[in-house]
Design a protein around this ligand. Structure first.
Ligand code: SF4
Length: 291
């Protein structure tokens, strides 16, 4: 039941005629000596935390540690039903929810690191938007989290999901790939299509650097989560309409890892490069830390 790469995962899915989420769930049951009920219960709890974080940002005033972000989720949400909305219902919801989770994270609230705190908005944003738009049940969403988990597990196992090691492509890129694959499965895509969607999402952000202003997971992290959520949705949509990804998922992950390793340390979470090294960002850093 164990799989170590996407090729093995696809083989298991095809041998057993199962979805990625089912194969991943079977793996969890065996590894944790648990039952489907217990594993599902734990994942329901995880999804509940995601939902609460989204609602917290929409309903409360949150103050981030560095004061660089706050209130963005409400602003985006308020535009959804207006004629001014550029993105339309589903993307607007996904980005509003995604940035909200980053507000919760930066104000020391409870979030699910999926796969990291810095990228914690992508999956809740995409999942809640998809659930509301298509009227899906919690049970369906929780099952899809196992699909996302399988993608996250493969990237973690064979590369990295750490911004300090691989740049933002590894953090938000991984979250985006996880969400893209899950959406694909939820909308009837095959296991191969799920991996194509994940590959597309990861490829779209290849080379994205990690450059948090003042070293805080606030900016540009919050907007990167909005981008990651939209990236997941467009990657799933392209795949579901039949657009193939040319490079297999395992090779895409390897390419992402190689790019990450070739990035200078200034662009890997040290706040010494990228947008964090601009005069304005350096000034903000000084005022936050009263240097
Ligand atoms: S910029 Fe760095 S800290 Fe911020 S979300 Fe991306 S990887 Fe995480």
């Amino acid at each position: 039941m164990e799989f170590t790469n996407a090729a093995e995962l696809i083989e298991l899915c095809s041998e057993q005629k199962k979805k990625i989420s089912q194969v991943m769930m079977d793996r969890e049951i065996i590894l944790f000596h648990s039952s489907r009920e217990k594993i599902m219960k734990r994942m329901h709890h995880t999804y509940d935390i995601m939902k609460k974080a989204v609602n917290k940002a929409l309903n409360e005033e949150l103050t981030s540690m560095g004061g660089l972000i706050g209130g963005e989720s409400k602003k985006l949400y308020a535009r959804i039903k207006t004629e001014q909305s550029v993105c339309g219902d589903i993307v607007s919801k996904a980005i509003s929810y995604a940035v909200g989770v980053l507000e919760v994270n930066s104000s020391m609230g409870l979030i699910v690191a999926a796969p990291t705190a810095g990228s914690s908005g992508v999956i809740p944003g995409v999942f809640l938007a998809i659930q509301e738009t298509f009227g899906l049940s919690d049970e369906e969403m929780v099952e899809a989290l196992f699909n996302a988990g399988a993608i996250g597990y493969l990237i973690t196992r064979n590369a990295t999901v750490s911004g300090a090691e691989g740049g933002c492509q590894a953090e938000v890129g991984a979250a985006s790939a996880m969400a893209a694959a899950a959406v694909c499965e939820l909308r009837g895509g095959t296991p191969s299509q799920c991996l194509d969607a994940a590959s597309t999402a990861l490829t779209n952000v290849l080379g994205l650097v990690c450059d948090p202003i003042a070293g805080l997971v606030e900016a540009p992290c919050q907007k990167r989560n909005a981008m990651g959520a939209s990236n997941a949705l467009i990657s799933a949509e392209m795949t579901l309409c039949g657009v193939r990804h040319i490079v297999p998922f395992d090779e895409t992950v390897e390419a992402m890892y190689r790019v990450g390793k070739s990035m200078p340390h200034e662009l890997r979470e040290t706040a010494m490069g990228g947008i964090a090294a601009t005069p304005t960002a350096c000034g903000l850093c000084k005022s936050i830390f009263k240097e």
